[in-house]
Structures are given as structure tokens and as C-alpha cells.
Design a protein around this ligand. Structure first.
Ligand SMILES: Nc1ncnc2c1ncn2[C@@H]1O[C@H](COP(=O)(O)OP(=O)(O)O)[C@@H](O)[C@H]1O
Ligand SMILES: O=C(O)C1=C[C@@H](OP(=O)(O)O)[C@@H](O)[C@H](O)C1
Ligand SMILES: [Mg+2]
Length: 180
């Protein structure tokens, strides 16, 4: 079904495993607009994976590239959905850049569910290299969330799992359009 997107740019933020990439792609299909994933944009420009950038250059370098690529992406004309990386809003005034250019939606997911999802993917995330067991991962995510909450909380829109399905978010966006 084609519907006019109730946003110019929609930016998804939240912890790793929150579903930014998965839900972002589905929202882009639903609203028939392009989908961009910031990690993929960085990967394409660097010619190597996020995990390799972290391992070879360290986090500070990744955060600089992330901030630069974000600003490039935000200049793209037309409507789109952007999935950011988990740390994106917390560095280099990226949250201000996001808020200025689009509608920011925080996907709030409890840590035990994040742990389940991240372990189930089996993917090589830098986070998993640092915290390979479920217990270590939960501790790490708890600490990270505590530090990041102040940034995530500034999003004008928030959905909390399990009420973060495609239909939930479409409803939220339509409500926001009519009331906000
Ligand atoms: N709503 C959901 N319910 C259950 N699993 C999900 C949901 N959204 C995403 N996932 C799974 O969680 C993992 C992480 O999702 P992803 O979209 O990569 O998150 P993020 O981009 O926020 O790190 C993937 O394996 C994905 O299939
Ligand atoms: O939370 C973080 O600091 C990060 C999350 C990752 O993205 P996802 O949130 O899509 O996993 C990726 O940007 C990088 O590994 C750093
Ligand atoms: Mg992602």
C-alpha cells in the first residue's frame, strides 16, 4: 500500500539489537522511500566492515568517520528512512544534527531482550568481541544504556518493545502527524 510518508527524514536510534536496521528497512518499504543504514554507508566508503574499522583503527576513528558520513547522508535530497548505529546520537553532536534534519524515533528495548537478539544473530559486532558471554554482554549493555539514555531520551518519538512492530510505528507516526 502506498502512503504519503508522515516525515521528510525518519531517523531511528537505539541500542545495538533494538531493531533499527530491521524496522528501518520495513518502514522504508511501507512508505516507499529509500532506506539508508549508517553502518552500511560507512562500510561502503571505508571498504571494510565496522568490526574491522574498530579492530584496526579504534573507536575514536570510527566515531569521526561516523559523524562525517552522517552529515553527508543527511544532505541527501528527498524523503528517506535512516537507521543509525547504536552510538551515533551520543558523539560529536550527532543528535543535534539528526534532530535538525528529521523526525527521530527511539526504539526502546529492555537489555535482556537485546542480549537474546544479539546472541541469536551470531554476527561479528565489536560489542561481542568485548563481551562474548551472555552475562558479560548484559553487564556491558546495562552500562552502555545508562550512559546513553540521556541522548536517546531526547527523541521526540519513542516506542517500547514489544510495541515496536511495523504497524505500531506506523500508527505512532500517523498520530504524531495529526497531533504534532
Ligand atoms: N522486533 C524484533 N523482534 C525480534 N527480533 C528482532 C526484532 N527486530 C530485530 N530483531 C532481530 O534482532 C537482531 C538485531 O536487529 P538489527 O535490526 O540489526 O538491530 P540494530 O540495527 O538496532 O542493531 C537481528 O537478528 C534481527 O533479526
Ligand atoms: O552501539 C554502538 O556503539 C555501535 C553499534 C553498531 O550499530 P548497531 O546499533 O546497528 O548494532 C555500530 O554502529 C558499531 O558497532 C557501534
Ligand atoms: Mg543496525
Amino acid at each position: 500500500m502506498n502512503s504519503v510518508p508522515p516525515f521528510h527524514q525518519l531517523h531511528l536510534i537505539g541500542m545495538p539489537g533494538a531493531g533499527k536496521t530491521t524496522l528501518g528497512r520495513a518502514l522504508a518499504v511501507a512508505y516507499e522511500v529509500p532506506f539508508l543504514d549508517l553502518d552500511e554507508e560507512i562500510t561502503r566508503r571505508e571498504g571494510r566492515s565496522v568490526a574491522d574499522i574498530f579492530a584496526q583503527e579504534g573507536e575514536a576513528y570510527f566515531r569521526e568517520r561516523e559523524a562525517a558520513v552522517l552529515r553527508e547522508v543527511l544532505q541527501q535530497p528527498g524523503s528517506f528512512v535512516l537507521a543509525t548505529g547504536g552510538g551515533t546520537p551520543c558523539f560529536h553532536h550527532n543528535l543535534e544534527a539528526l534532530l535538525e534534519k528529521g523526525l527521530v524515533l527511539y526504539l526502546e528495548v529492555p537489555v535482556p531482550e537485546l542480549v537474546r537478539r544479539i546472541l541469536a544473530t551470531g554476527a561479528t559486532r565489536p560489542l561481542l568481541a568485548a563481551a562474548p558471554t551472555a552475562e558479560a554482554l548484559a553487564t556491558r549493555l546495562d552500562e552502555t544504556l545508562r550512559a546513553r539514555k540521556q541522548f536517546y531520551a531526547r527523541a521526540p518519538l519513542c516506542c517500547t518493545a514489544p510495541s515496536c512492530t511495523l504497524e505500531d510505528v506506523r500508527h505512532l507516526l500517523s498520530t504524531y502527524q495529526t497531533t504534532g
